[in-house]
Design a protein around this ligand. Structure first.
Ligand SMILES: [Cu+2]
Length: 400
């Protein structure tokens, strides 16, 4: 039971699923928080806000600027959220920017109860009835929580007053590599206090606090940026170490990898999205095999990037082009009754021969660590490949 609950809090999104911008009156009246991140040395997803904590005055504007890694995020808060953050839980989820609670840790009954309450009572994207519209779409309520499966009424975004019962950005919309911004005006009469916010797709571990103060000091954007860089580096450090190990051939799984990481990275607020090696060399008619680490796709002849989820008039759907296997290639077979885990046994799937023609060829996105996918290249040439979930995850196969 404990493990389940803790796993719930860690919620490191094995299943990856999929977002407003404007200008404010300048002159220091706004602050920007980075959502997710880019890192020079690898493509990755950072499940955190940088910096995590921010102080603002009533009347200021907060901008949540998302660096696009392929995974969607929300900024979700409000009284109903605040009421479910028990004092026992707060230090646990906010204690560090790099580590979420791991499965190996023992927690008190109070902490477990607090976690259960949070995840049991608040809406999350992966709902009981599938993708949950009031999480993926903006939702601003004065009383109560949104109903599972039902989109909230469309309305203009109100300024945040601190009195709302539920205040949710919805998925920060994909607007390309820049843009991707959720802007939130702090009402002129906002109630001073400390407000917890989190991503309602990735869970309480991806969270932070907004302090609204009338008379206190408000750190400059420069100092926020400095703190953000520090926190990004904290998350990136163990991820990069893991990747380097894999690049040297010393990872937990040998051979070509689609994805990165091992159990030692459980709880780190991020993941590397890379093919290792980025360039695979093969002979004509040689079969190339990749091992998945968490969920990615192995795809060739990929079209221009499309995000994994679309949100349209009250409905959230996965983009089939991303989700489904394509071009006649096999996806992950449905587990049989006997296979029902956890853990579900891993599978080895062979896509057969490929000469580079025939449009998009894709494994689809339903994979888990340890599954393998093989392709036999029948013509010399360079075959660029990509993961359809994570736009930064690219590689190639050079066949001679
Ligand atoms: Cu990927």
């Amino acid at each position: 039971m404990r493990t389940r609950q803790v796993r719930a809090i860690a919620l490191t999104l094995m299943l990856t699923g999929t977002l407003l911008g404007a200008c404010s009156s300048g002159g220091g009246s706004s602050r920007t928080i980075e959502v997710d991140s880019n890192f020079d040395e690898f493509a990755g997803t950072f499940r955190a806000f940088f910096p995590r904590d921010v102080t603002v005055k009533p009347g200021m504007t907060l901008k949540f600027h998302q660096k696009w890694s392929g995974e969607p995020h929300t900024v979700t808060m409000g009284k109903e959220v605040q009421d479910r953050i028990e004092p026992e839980m707060l230090p646990l989820i906010l204690r560090s920017t790099s580590k979420e609670p791991s499965d190996d840790e023992q927690f008190s009954d109070e902490v477990n109860a607090a976690v259960e309450k949070f995840f049991g009572e608040l809406p999350f994207f992966f709902g009981e009835k599938g993708p949950n519209p009031p999480v993926a779409q903006p939702c601003y309520l004065k009383t109560g929580l949104p109903e599972e499966g039902k989109a909230c009424p469309k309305q203009a975004q109100p300024a945040f007053a601190g009195t709302e019962s539920y205040f949710n950005s919805g998925f920060i919309p994909y607007e390309g590599t820049s843009g991707n911004e959720f802007e939130m005006k702090i009402a002129d009469d906002a109630k001073p206090g400390t407000y917890f916010y989190y991503c309602a797709l990735h869970g309480a571990g991806m969270s932070g606090q907004i302090k609204v103060t009338k008379s206190g000091a408000v750190p400059s954007q420069a100092s926020l940026n400095k703190q953000a860089r520090k926190e990004i580096a904290e998350v990136a450090k163990p991820l990069l170490a893991g990747l380097k190990k894999e690049q040297a051939g010393n990872g937990a799984i040998k051979g070509n990898l689609a994805g990165s990481g091992d159990e030692s990275l459980n709880g780190v607020k991020g993941q590397v999205n890379e093919f290792t090696p980025r360039t695979v060399r093969a002979k004509v008619n040689e079969t190339v095999k990749w091992s998945f680490i968490s969920n990615h796709s192995i795809s060739f002849n990929v079209p221009p990037y499309i995000p994994i989820y679309k949100v349209k008039s009250g409905k959230v759907t996965g983009n089939d082009k991303v989700y489904e296997p394509a071009g006649g290639w096999p996806g992950r077979p449905e587990p049989t009754a006997e296979d029902e885990g956890p853990p579900v046994p891993s599978v080895d799937v062979d896509a057969g021969k490929f000469d580079g023609s025939g449009g998009l060829k894709s494994s689809g996105v339903d994979w888990q660590t340890g599954d393998t996918y093989s392709v036999t290249f029948t013509k010399p040439g360079t075959y660029p490949m990509a993961c359809l979930i994570h736009p930064g995850m690219i590689g190639k196969v050079v066949v001679s």
